[in-house]
Unconditional design. Structure first.
Length: 71
């Protein structure tokens, strides 16, 4: 699920939206997200098929925060 360059999820996806890491970052603006903190959280995600969505979400956050750089 996604666009050519950006992350996206399917409508009605409650599993991701209830994931603690999604909840942690979803109420933040990109400029306030520490990419090193996201990388730390990503390092703690199990490398399984079940974690693919949260992994894609965290990778997207890292990519976006890299694009905008520090404030």
């Amino acid at each position: 699920m996604g666009y050519e360059i950006n992350w996206n999820t399917s409508k009605g996806n409650t599993a991701l939206f209830n994931h603690p890491l999604y909840i942690k970052y979803s109420s933040s603006v990109f400029g306030n997200i520490d990419p090193d903190g996201v990388k730390y959280d990503l390092a703690g995600v199990m490398a399984t098929a079940d974690s693919a969505e949260v992994t894609a979400y965290l990778a997207w956050l890292i990519r976006i925060t890299s694009l905008i750089g520090p404030e």
